[in-house]
Design a protein around this ligand. Structure first.
Ligand code: SF4
Length: 71
């Protein structure tokens, strides 16, 4: 991880296993989340924080801490 302007920068280490990343990586309107969190400030991601604490986040948990509405 790099530190740029006092903020962590780089790519999330959970990209290979995170189901939400797979969704964001499809090139749809959800790509915003990937650019905002997965490819940059991933330590701010609610999913990342839960995994760092040893928890398994719900599949629908967005990086912001809100739940993705499906359907
Ligand atoms: S959604 Fe969060 S935990 Fe998943 S890859 Fe992106 S930054 Fe990492």
């Amino acid at each position: 991880m790099r530190i740029v302007n006092d903020k962590p920068s780089g790519c999330c280490t959970h990209r290979g296993t995170c189901p939400m990343f797979a969704l964001f990586d499809r090139g749809n309107q959800l790509e915003y989340w990937k650019e905002r969190y997965c490819d940059s400030e991933f330590t701010r991601c609610a999913r990342y924080q839960k995994m760092t604490e040893g928890e398994t986040p719900p599949v629908q948990l967005l990086p912001s801490g809100r739940m993705l509405r499906l359907g």
